[in-house]
Design a protein around this ligand. Structure first.
Ligand code: AMP
Length: 417
């Protein structure tokens, strides 16, 4: 496979798909530039090697073209500052031919939000009252116009670099389809994407045992495919967070008004059976920190997990469970953490997630490989200052989860083929 390090960028124009979908406040100031900083090593390396950059990204979910609120011109100044060079702007990503032609080595052009065009995602923008016939015709038409849209982007450049792991699970024009216009020597992952792919491969293929996954978060239903896939891989599966109570109720425990998916009780039992058949140790909570209302200043107590009084709810794991989870984690050599053990947004219910985070940090210090990913777990490690104490924190929410589910991500497959 081609790589940034091997490729000769001198005098070449590189189309680099990044994920600059950063949050902005009401004055269009960037409130968190993590995603921009994450792409800098790739962008700087290409410039250093004598290439020029055509940077492409989406932002938000625009419904029209243009849509001022989602314009990438709001972040132009910040990108210039971070890159240390002036950045030109193409205010229509499909009409940048002249600017691209004039681009010299070391110069940078940022294209306007690709999603101003419905062709980027390949989903037509339909009127609310569209008939089924109109919908079908529009879907067919956009597949055709998407090809033309993609070709315009591909024609800008000599090579294609994908550094947008956050959108790797989407088969969009700039994240996957464009790769077909470049041969294997002229398409490659950016450094961020490379790191993400390696981290996923380490927990999915190159496994050092014991392998422990900690699945938290609110619902079994949103994690079911991941859990099923993990049962073929892990030695221990720790189940935490709101999911706990669906399992506890299924096993006959009393859960008060804890979050629970009553239609998933059978599924929970089936998962336990499957785990047994596959020799996977399922580690469930034994005690809970409970509250008499869903609030940080609720009254609290600690009880056995299946003995939660009526009108109380489980908000985090209890101290016994913290010990059990920590012990399993510390004895692991590969660790995957997705989802908090409790309502970590409330300071009174962070203890379990913090204990899990600390145990992962300790295991990592002792040589384990640990991958943390999926929206809230990233917020957790940030909150507890553990980001540098785990092996890898993934930037991809949905993309990471789909990779762990065992799905092939279009953005990755398109570079590899
Ligand atoms: P997810 O997006 O599925 O990973 O879920 C993360 C959310 O689950 C966080 O916002 C937590 O507050 C929430 N959560 C974790 N434990 C509980 C619980 N015991 N009761 C209610 N919500 C919870």
């Amino acid at each position: 496979m081609q790589t940034i390090d091997k490729f000769d960028f001198a005098g070449k124009k590189a189309f680099v798909r990044v994920d600059f979908n950063v949050p902005l406040d009401e004055n269009f100031n960037i409130t968190d530039d993590t995603r921009i900083r994450a792409a800098l090593p790739t962008l700087k390396k290409i410039l250093e090697k004598g290439g020029s950059l055509i940077i492409a990204s989406h932002m938000g979910r625009p419904k029209t073209n243009p849509d001022e609120k989602f314009s990438l011109k709001h972040i132009l100044g910040h990108i210039s500052k971070k890159l240390g060079v002036p950045v030109q702007f193409a205010d229509d990503c499909q009409k940048a031919q002249a600017q691209v032609a004039a681009l010299q080595a070391g110069e940078v052009l940022l294209l306007e939000n690709l999603r101003f065009y419905a062709e980027e995602e390949g989903k037509p923008r339909l009127a609310k009252d569209a008939t089924d016939e109109e919908k079908a015709a529009a879907k067919k038409a956009i597949k055709e116009s998407q090809k033309a849209f993609t070709k315009v982007l591909a024609d800008y450049a000599d090579c294609y670099v994908n550094d947008a792991f956050g959108t790797a699970h989407r088969s969009h024009a700039s994240t996957a389809l464009i790769a077909d216009y470049f041969d294997t020597d002229h398409k490659m992952f950016g450094f961020l994407m490379e790191k993400e792919v390696m981290a996923v491969e380490k927990v999915m293929k190159d496994i050092n045992r014991p392998f422990t996954a900690i699945m938290g978060g609110s619902k079994v239903s949103s994690k079911i495919e991941i859990i099923e896939n993990l049962l073929d891989k892990v030695d221990n599966l720790i189940i935490a967070g709101g999911m706990t109570y669906t399992f506890t109720k299924a096993l006959g425990g009393k859960i008060g008004i804890s979050i629970c998916e009553d239609d998933k009780l059978d599924l929970a039992l089936a998962l336990l059976e499957k785990a047994k058949a596959k020799n996977v140790k399922i580690v469930l909570a034994v005690d809970a920190k409970i509250a008499n209302k869903f609030s940080n200043d609720a009254d609290t107590d600690f009880v056995k997990v299946g003995e939660i009084p009526d009108a109380w709810e489980g908000m985090d794991i209890g101290p016994e469970t913290e010990k059990i989870f920590s012990e399993v984690i510390k004895n692991s050599k590969t660790i995957l953490w997705n989802g908090p053990t409790g309502v970590f947004e409330f300071d009174n219910f962070t203890s379990g997630s913090r204990a899990v985070g600390n145990a992962i940090a300790e295991a990592t210090k002792n040589g384990a490989f640990s991958l943390v990913g999926g929206g809230d777990s990233v917020a957790c490690v940030n909150k507890f200052g553990l980001t540098d104490k785990v092996s890898y924190v993934s930037t991809g929410g949905g993309a990471l989860l789909e990779a762990i589910e065992g799905k092939t991500l279009p953005g990755i497959a398109a570079i590899k083929k």
